[in-house]
Structures are given as structure tokens and as C-alpha cells.
Design a protein. Structure first.
Lengths: 129, 484
């Protein structure tokens, strides 16, 4: 089970779940509702390195294509092939089965700079999108 | 619903009759090398000519088209395609040309192409044009190849292309296809390129910035001179995506603002058919320092003779077979010559007036993306205040079909939530604009009183709401007979 209180969030609507020195990345429930039905997901290859804020994956809905940014810097260690086979998982289960990739965290202090769930809820309410 | 032509097929029925052979008959197998001929039937539909004509006429009547319906597709400039363009481009002297004819026998056509290059150069304030790219995105790619060739000749092709977050999606795609890393610059609160953010991004690894002006919010980018200055100081170039040139014709010129390269869309600004009625054409213009890189062939004038020159040393090479979509270029030439400089300016002014009229009459019912200043040739609304009724922009767009209008561009630009982007163009009458406005106002009312009506729209079209999600997830484009 996921615990939103223990997860971190970005202004670009990614969630970040830390397990040891690995972090899982997906998009929030708010984001999946906004972009509507996801029809295509493109994931990074294992071993690719991204710096914080770099485009690491792409999701496409019937509306448009959207970039998924790396919440923190790191190297890709896992990619969720289930979600490329069945993109609807992003809509059905954004926080669990709909995860995109996991990366090895390079700098733990970058995690602390991300928003908490409370911050994120506040961020959505203030009209940012 | 109309059947597919394959479903109308009847084995052995023919839509043609051929005269008697006037050459010796030969076995097909003796003419086609082994391994290249197919082993199974091609499975082509077999219908009479009459059934074929009726089928396609009926299909055309089921569709929305520019010649039947107001088509306010934002950033697409769906203006009237004058019939005189069709008539002149259809003259046998143009239509029956062969691309391998010697230059000496096509002097008239070359003169039209040459004059079109000159006219576009004058309209855009550039020093030279190529007419070869076959569409807007193809023009962008040609432009990016020129950028790369230019920087490479200076010793470093550079790495990055800066693109605003309001840009057409083709911009980053063209830059990436050309091997560049795309860097996004955000828009400021007023909806224009954020100058401070841009300053932080420009360095010696930036090859070019691709700007759209007016931008996709329908706003004129006022700071082009500053933007050009920043880039030029770092040795980088400035590119104009000319998709929205319709708002500038005869009023101001990209070349005078500091743009080094521009692509224009003949199928938008210059009234040639757009979309299924194409093909398109995306000429690219450059300033003097980039002339040598233009694709070949170039048209040269020597002693009153026009020739095609394939030999420039620094050219990026060919981007298309022969010299582009000639028939389309001839149509655009007719348009430019029919309107003249003053007429083109009137077109731009009327396009801007139409968009502002729509915006002024609709703003009480739909929230404009930018409220505190006039727009240029298109206006963007946000459907986000309709979400409280359980209605989204897609539902509004579908409902418009019931009122007999083609839907505007929706969900673009991406920086506007639930965007509705309307471009009326100068060729619509006030009565047409009023009818569209009335329909939009009715739909805004329906969103409050009967939201399900919108969510289930369209109700009157040959097919109802399509399952776009299923279509995208399980792509199936080929008809197969149930027996096969």
C-alpha cells in the first residue's frame, strides 16, 4: 500500500517514493485526471542518467503528449514494462501499478527539496496546474 | 452509415473498359522478375464507375469541409481557398508539365517560382527563399538543417535549441530530429517569452531559438528585438515559426524584427488548400548570411534566362524531389498577385478584427486566456470554469458539431488549462461569426442547464462520440473481409 504522507511531489505533478537509495516515479491522481486517458508511455532505458528536472519519460493521452521529469538526479535502475503494455494503468492506479521508473538517488538532499503531500495539495488549490 | 468500398465489391464487376491492345500481348511473369510479383490477389474493390462516384460523393457529404462549414481551427488559418487559384493552377500549361523537361521549355513556370520567392522575401523582409519544403514541419526541419550547417561551418554545430512553452509541438520535434537538445523557456504572466528566464538559458551552446509570432496565445511578442539581441550576442540564430504570419502581412516584417530564418505556410497564410485538400507547402526564407545554405536546386536569373542551379558549395542539399509542390506554389502566387501589398495588409487587419470581435462577444461566457489586452488573429479561451458542471472543453467542441460548425483547436496551447483556440480568419462574414457566437453562447448555457447533452454530443452527426481512447490504444487501420 502507498502512503501519500510519506511520498514527495513536484510542481510538474510527479510523485516520488523513496525505498532505500532508490526512488520510484509516477504521476499524481490529479495529473492523470487532467491529462485524461493515457494511450502511450515511453520510458527511459536502464542505466540512463538524468539530472533533476530533465525529461525522462513521455506520456501521451488523446489530448496531447506530456513530459515526465526526473524529480531528483539519478540513474535509471528499473522501468515498468507493464505500463508501456497497458497505459491505462496510469489512470487506474496512478500511485501503485502505474509507476514509470525507479532511479538510484544521487543526492539525498534533493529529495528534501521536494514538496510534501500537504504542500502539493496546497499547490493544486492555489490554482497552479 | 456508408459502407466501405470494399464491402460494396462484387467479384468480376469492372469500372473501366480498355481499348484493344495495340502492342503484342506478353505474359506478366515474363515482364516482372521472379520474387517481385505477388502470389496472392491484391484484394482491390470491384465496383462500377457509377457506384464509385456515388460512394465518394456521399462520403464527402458526410464530412465537414471548408467549402461547407465555418472552420475556426486555431493556428491553422483555415481561410477561403479562392477558386481562381484552382482554375489557373489547373491550366494544362502548368498541370501537364513534366519535371524532367529542360529549363528552356519551362521558362514561364520558373518565372512564377522566381517571382514567388521574391514576393515572399519582400513580405517577410528576408534576402532569399526556397519553395521546396512540402509543409510547415518540413520547413522547420529545413530551417534546423540550415542552422546546423551554419554553425558547423563556424567550427561548432552547438547543442541546444530554445523553444517557448507555448510553441507548436512540431518545433521541439524538428529540433530533436536534427540532433539538438530542446530547452524550454517559460512564458511570463502576460503570456510572452519570459526575458529574464531566457537570459539565464542563452549561452555559447545554443544554436537557435524558435519563436512563433504572434504566439499561440494570439499575442504579439513585443520583445523580439531584445530576444534577437540576446541570441545574436551569443552567436546564436533566431527562427520564426511563421504559422501565424497571417496577422503580420503588410504590417510588419520578421526580417526587420531580427529573425534570421522564417518558414511560412502557403496552405495557411496564402490561401492554398489545407489538410486533406493539400498537399501543403512550407517555404523557408533566410537573411544574407544564410543564403548559401539553402537547399538545391536554386533558381538563378542570368541574361533574362532562368535556370535551376544544383551546384552551390555550402547547400544543405536536396530536401524534396524536384522543386516542391509546384501546383500549390502557383496557387499562392495567384493569391499574392490578386491581393497585392495593400490587399494582404487588409487581410491581416480584418483577421485581427474578426478575432477581437469574437473575443469581445464571447468573453462574458468563456474565460479568455488573456483578458487585459487585444489579441491578434486568434483568441484563446479556457473552459476550466465549465468543469464545475462536469463539462470539459472536449464536450464543448463536440457539441459545436451539432450546431453545424467545425470545432476549434482544443487543448492547445498546453499552457492554458482546457484551452479552446479560435481563429476566424478574414474571409468569414460578420453573419457567420455571429452565428458561431450564438452557438457558443447557447452551449455555455447548456453546460449549466443540461451538461449531459454536452457530454453525449454530438447528436446529429453521421457517427456519435468516437472512442478516441480505444482507437489510440488498439490501432486498427485495415479492413479485412470476414471470409479471409
Amino acid at each position: 500500500m502507498y502512503d501519500l504522507e510519506k511520498m514527495r511531489f513536484t510542481k510538474t505533478h510527479e510523485w516520488f517514493r523513496v525505498e532505500g537509495n532508490i526512488g520510484y516515479v509516477g504521476i499524481t491522481d490529479h495529473a492523470q485526471k487532467e491529462i485524461t486517458d493515457v494511450v502511450f508511455v515511453e520510458l527511459p532505458n536502464l542505466g540512463m542518467e538524468f539530472s533533476k528536472g530533465a525529461e525522462a519519460a513521455v506520456v501521451e493521452s488523446v489530448k496531447a503528449a506530456f513530459s515526465i521529469y526526473a524529480p531528483v538526479s539519478g540513474k535509471i535502475v528499473k522501468a515498468n514494462s507493464d505500463v508501456t503494455k497497458d497505459p491505462s494503468l496510469v489512470n487506474k492506479s496512478p500511485y501503485e501499478e502505474g509507476w514509470f521508473y525507479a532511479l538510484e538517488i544521487k543526492d539525498k538532499s534533493e529529495v528534501d527539496s521536494l514538496m510534501t503531500y500537504k504542500d502539493y495539495e496546497e499547490f493544486i488549490k492555489t490554482g497552479a496546474h | 452509415m456508408e459502407k466501405l468500398i470494399f464491402e460494396m465489391s462484387s467479384a468480376g464487376r469492372k469500372g473501366y473498359s480498355l481499348p484493344k491492345l495495340d502492342v503484342p500481348e506478353a505474359d506478366l511473369k515474363s515482364l516482372i522478375p521472379p520474387g517481385l510479383s505477388r502470389n496472392t490477389e491484391a484484394g482491390l474493390p470491384e465496383v462500377s464507375e457509377f457506384d464509385c462516384v456515388r460512394h465518394f460523393t456521399r462520403l464527402s457529404q458526410l464530412n465537414y469541409s471548408l467549402d461547407t462549414t465555418f472552420y475556426p481551427l486555431g493556428s491553422c488559418t483555415m481561410k477561403y481557398n479562392p477558386k481562381i487559384n484552382e482554375k489557373l493552377a489547373g491550366l494544362e500549361e502548368f498541370a501537364a508539365l513534366h519535371p524532367y523537361q529542360p529549363d528552356s521549355s519551362i521558362q514561364g513556370t520558373l518565372e512564377i517560382l522566381y517571382e514567388t520567392e521574391q514576393a515572399l522575401s519582400k513580405i517577410c523582409g528576408m534576402d532569399g527563399f526556397t519553395l521546396q519544403p512540402a509543409a510547415g514541419a518540413h520547413g522547420e526541419l529545413t530551417g534546423m538543417l540550415i542552422v546546423r550547417a551554419y554553425h558547423t561551418s563556424k567550427g561548432n554545430p552547438r547543442k541546444k535549441v530554445i523553444i517557448p512553452d507555448s510553441a507548436h509541438g512540431t518545433n521541439p520535434a524538428s529540433a530533436a530530429l536534427c540532433g539538438y537538445e530542446v530547452v524550454t523557456v517559460r512564458s511570463d504572466k502576460a503570456g510572452r517569452v519570459d526575458l529574464e528566464a531566457l537570459k539565464a538559458l542563452v549561452d555559447e551552446e545554443v544554436a537557435v531559438l524558435m519563436l512563433t509570432n504572434p504566439n499561440t496565445l494570439g499575442l504579439f511578442e513585443k520583445n523580439v528585438k531584445e530576444i534577437a539581441g540576446l541570441l545574436h550576442k551569443a552567436g546564436a540564430l533566431l527562427y520564426l515559426d511563421g504559422a501565424n504570419l497571417n496577422a503580420l502581412l503588410g504590417i510588419t516584417r520578421p526580417g526587420d524584427m531580427g529573425f534570421d530564418i522564417v518558414h511560412v505556410n502557403l496552405h495557411k497564410t496564402f490561401s492554398t488548400p489545407h489538410g486533406g485538400g493539400g498537399p501543403g507547402s512550407g517555404p523557408v526564407g533566410v537573411k544574407g548570411h544564410l543564403l548559401d545554405y539553402l537547399p538545391v536546386p536554386r533558381i538563378r536569373q542570368k541574361r533574362n534566362k532562368l535556370t535551376l542551379d544544383y551546384d552551390p558549395k555550402k547547400t544543405i542539399g536536396r530536401v524534396r524531389a524536384f522543386y516542391g509542390n509546384i501546383g500549390i506554389i502557383i496557387r499562392a502566387y495567384c493569391y499574392i498577385r490578386s491581393l497585392g501589398w495593400a490587399g494582404l495588409k487588409d487581410a491581416a487587419l480584418d483577421a485581427i478584427l474578426s478575432a477581437n470581435y469574437l473575443k469581445a462577444r464571447l468573453k462574458a461566457h468563456y474565460q479568455p486566456a488573456v483578458d487585459d489586452e487585444p489579441c491578434m488573429h486568434e483568441c484563446v479561451f479556457s473552459g476550466k470554469d465549465k468543469k464545475e458542471y462536469g463539462v470539459r472543453t472536449l464536450d464543448i467542441a463536440k457539441r459545436l458539431l451539432d450546431y453545424g460548425f467545425y470545432a476549434p483547436t482544443v487543448y492547445f496551447p498546453l499552457i492554458v488549462e482546457e484551452a479552446i483556440m479560435v481563429e476566424p480568419t478574414e474571409t468569414e462574414s460578420k453573419e457567420t461569426l455571429d452565428a458561431f457566437i450564438e452557438a457558443m453562447i447557447k452551449i455555455a448555457e447548456e453546460a449549466k442547464t443540461d451538461p449531459a447533452l454536452l457530454r453525449e454530443a454530438p447528436h446529429t452527426t453521421p457517427v456519435r462520440r468516437l472512442d478516441e481512447v480505444l482507437a489510440a490504444r488498439e490501432l486498427n487501420l485495415r479492413w479485412k473481409s470476414s471470409g479471409a
